[in-house]
Each structure stands twice: as C-alpha cells, then as structure tokens.
Ligand binder design. Structure first.
Ligand code: PNS
Length: 157
C-alpha cells in the first residue's frame, strides 16, 4: 500500500517523525509530501524543509520526500496513492481533520485517509510552538531533533 503523509513541516517535529516511522512500518511506501505554501510565508524554504526531513530518513528505504503545490487531492491522484495519513493529537485536531476530510472528499470521492494517534509524549508538540519557543531562544529539544534545533537557532540568531 502506498500512502502520502502531507504537511507544511515548517519545521518537521518529533511528532511528525514518530508518525513517519510508524507509517514506514505499516505501509509498503510512504511519501512525505511537503506543501509549498501559497498563503502564509513559511520560516523555512521548501528546500530547507525537505533537507531537514531527508537528513532523518536516510535509513528508511520505503520513505521518500517530495514537494507538492496546489490541491492535495490532485497530488494523491498524480501519485496513484492509496491513502493519506494524518496524525491526531487532540480533539481539536479531530474536528479540524474531519472538516478537511469532508472538503477533500467533495473534491475527490475516492480519497481515503488513515488517522494515527500521535504518541502521547508529543501531543503538545507543533511546528508553530517550536518556531515560537526558538524565536525567544528557548529549549526546543523536546519538540525537534538536533539538526532541526540547530537550523532554528541559526534562523533566529
Ligand atoms: O501542516 P499541516 O497543517 O498539517 O498540513 C495541512 C495540509 C498540507 C495537509 C493542507 O493544508 C493541504 O492539504 N493543503 C494543500 C491545499 C489543499 O488541498 N487545500 C484543500 C484542503 S485544506
């Protein structure tokens, strides 16, 4: 089964990584799909976001990292993927993901999603919290890996 794990990954967090590693065990092929954001300007360029993920994925043969822009449903069709993976941390995530799913289904009725609960120890972790804490010089080691923490430090130097 070929699945897509989409997101902004600005930057990739330990919560994302936990989901990617678990998806890599469950499915034959995992594509981590990094969104080229059109609305809000990201902190990291698409290339930086891809690099940070690839640095952590070198020993996972069945995981690839790709950029995508436009609608997720179009990327899913293009890749002939079987399903999209999304993580759930909280009940707010559930409500948001339900809306996203309904929207995606209205655009592409064959779209399938598989939801994985994020490991409890990462349930407070988000890219935006990591960016905010790093912007004040705080410790982000609970939220991101060392390569990402280093890049965050450089951004806010
Ligand atoms: O980083 P996130 O918020 O977890 O990822 C959200 C993402 C990338 C899955 C969502 O914004 C998305 O699919 N964007 C692509 C554009 C699109 O398809 N929009 C319609 C659904 S919001």
């Amino acid at each position: 089964m070929k699945v897509i794990f989409p997101g902004s990954f600005d930057p990739v967090t330990k919560g994302h990584l936990n989901l990617i590693y678990r998806a890599a065990k469950l499915f034959d092929e995992v594509i981590v799909a990094v969104l080229i954001n059109q609305e809000k300007p990201p902190l990291f360029t698409p290339e930086e976001r891809i690099e940070m993920i690839r640095e952590l994925m070198y020993d996972y043969d069945n995981v690839s990292v790709k950029l995508f822009s436009g609608l997720l449903v179009d990327f899913v069709r293009e890749e002939k993927a079987d399903a999209v993976i999304r993580g759930l941390r909280t009940s707010q995530d559930f409500l948001y993901e339900r809306q996203l799913s309904l929207l995606n289904h209205s655009l592409y009725s064959d779209m399938e999603e598989i939801f994985l609960f994020t490991d409890g120890k990462y349930s407070y972790v988000s890219s935006s919290f990591a960016r905010e804490v790093a912007s004040y010089g705080g410790d982000v080691s609970g939220m991101v890996t060392e390569n990402v923490a280093e890049r965050l430090r450089k951004k806010f130097e």
